[in-house]
Ligand binder design. Structure first.
Ligand code: GLA
Length: 440
């Protein structure tokens, strides 16, 4: 048997990481941090590129995420530094409007200043509004690979949102220190998730549909989050029964989703054009509550009838059709898993098998219809399935990033060895459904 050279990226012990970030904070800013806040990344079992169409997504938070050590400032400045070697340029100072002497400010800092701005726009009754003169020193450390499709951006936003909540809002005053984790009700977390989403869309200018921020702020230990993006309601399903003999792992291909922004936007616009051709507000409205394959086919036939007369704004009708096919199929797959996990019991092995099949069909759809996959991701999927995995799919926005794998625990060695052989840049992360953003 070949030696397994799989490299695992550890999440680290939260208390140890937190205290090392606090120590570094004191060195960098020459003062003590008021606290350290953590927000996780996510893996998504199904439901890619459909959050912005009102579809259902099935994320879980992972152990890896972003730590933010912070302390408030009286002068309205944000002074930010990251310990991420590829991004660290020392302390970046932003004024009350988010402007920096270094223009343009490094991209990552805009996620943080964007959250401050968005939290200043929150309406007061939630008591999560930040005052206009709010400033802070913040030191960031991430245990997530950056740009690996595991939501490193949203976890940065959410860690900043928690720190700012603690340091600058009524809710923070009402729930000091560790009490904040529990004091932040699901309703308040939903308000913060919306603010983080707003930061990303309006301040950074990236297209996000809210999946990542919701997972980071509203996930739960041992649970899969079933998120209905029509109204952002969630059902949390205990999947610990699956995790006795089976496991999830993420294969970070090492190929970051460079250039993803414009491609992501183009895919989204094509699917929105398809929605307009169908005459629906959002694509989820093109399917019944419990969609079946025949419903997807009927909607595609309606598109084919409508497309001649529709204004697709110069977009290729066949490309729009493929985006539509992906979105509707992905919605159907999510509803199928939701029903499976929240309905009649089918026995663990059967349930796992069905989830695995849905994952792999999700990948095919990402490859053929959403067209957001890339050769290494396809090779990883084939290799792990060949080595005993039950399901595998590209997760996140695509054009780089990670493949989520479901496999029997005792097949971990073969599965990781098969993937590791494909590229020296591949790393593995254990995916265990974890708790939402919290004080550490
Ligand atoms: C990115 C976006 C999310 C979602 C996924 C694809 O992560 O931020 O809102 O659209 O891509 O499912």
């Amino acid at each position: 048997m070949r030696e397994n050279s799989a490299r695992w990226l550890k999440a680290g012990d939260p208390d140890a990481v937190s205290s090392s970030v606090a120590t570094r904070f004191a060195q960098v800013f020459d003062r003590e941090a008021a606290g350290v806040w953590f927000a996780p990344g996510r893996a998504n079992l199904n439901g890619e590129h459909i959050d912005f169409h009102g579809g259902r997504c099935l994320p879980m938070a992972v152990r890896h995420g972003t730590y933010a050590a912070a302390a408030p400032r009286e002068d309205g400045l944000l002074r930010l530094r990251t310990l991420e070697p590829n991004l660290d340029t020392g302390v970046v100072e932003l004024d009350a409007d988010g402007a920096s002497a270094e223009e343009p400010a490094p991209e990552w800092t805009r996620y943080v200043s964007g959250v401050r701005w968005a939290m200043q726009q929150i309406s007061d009754p939630s008591q999560l509004q930040l005052p206009s003169g709010f400033g802070a020193d913040v030191l960031i450390r991430s245990t997530l690979p950056i740009g690996a499709g595991l939501s490193s951006s949203a976890s940065l936003e959410c860690a900043a949102a928690l720190a700012f909540t603690a340091l600058g809002t009524e809710v923070g005053r009402e729930y000091p220190d560790g009490d904040l984790t529990v004091g932040l009700s699901d309703e308040l977390r939903a308000v913060l998730a919306q603010a983080c989403m707003r930061a990303e869309v309006e301040a950074v200018g990236a297209g996000t549909g809210g999946l990542d921020q919701t997972a980071s702020l509203r996930a739960a230990e041992g649970k899969l989050v079933s998120l209905d993006c029509r109204d952002f309601s969630v059902v949390r399903t205990d999947i610990s029964f699956l995790l006795r003999d089976y496991r999830f792992l993420a294969v970070d291909t090492g190929q970051p989703h460079a250039l993803a922004e414009s491609e992501f936007g183009a895919r989204r616009e094509e699917s929105e054009a398809a929605a307009a051709a169908l005459g629906v507000q959002q694509l989820r409205d093109a399917l019944p509550e419990k969609p079946r394959k025949a419903d997807v086919e009927r909607a595609l036939a309606r598109f084919d009838e409508a497309v001649g007369a529709a204004d697709l704004g110069q977009k290729d009708p066949q490309a729009c059709r493929r985006r539509l096919k992906h979105a509707l199929g992905e919605m159907m797959r999510s509803e199928k898993i939701h029903a499976l996990l929240n309905g009649d019991a089918h026995g663990v092995d059967h349930t796992v098998e069905m989830i695995g099949e849905v994952m792999t069909s999700g990948h095919l759809s990402m490859r053929e219809d959403a067209e957001v996959s890339f050769p290494l991701a396809d090779q990883v999927v084939d290799a792990v399935l060949g080595a005993g995995a039950l399901g595998a799919r590209l997760i996140g926005g695509g054009f780089g990033g990670s493949v989520l794998v479901l496999c029997p625990k005792d097949a971990t060695e073969q599965v990781t060895a098969a993937a590791a052989r494909l590229s020296g840049g591949i790393r593995f992360l254990s995916v265990q459904p974890s708790a939402a953003a919290r004080v550490v």
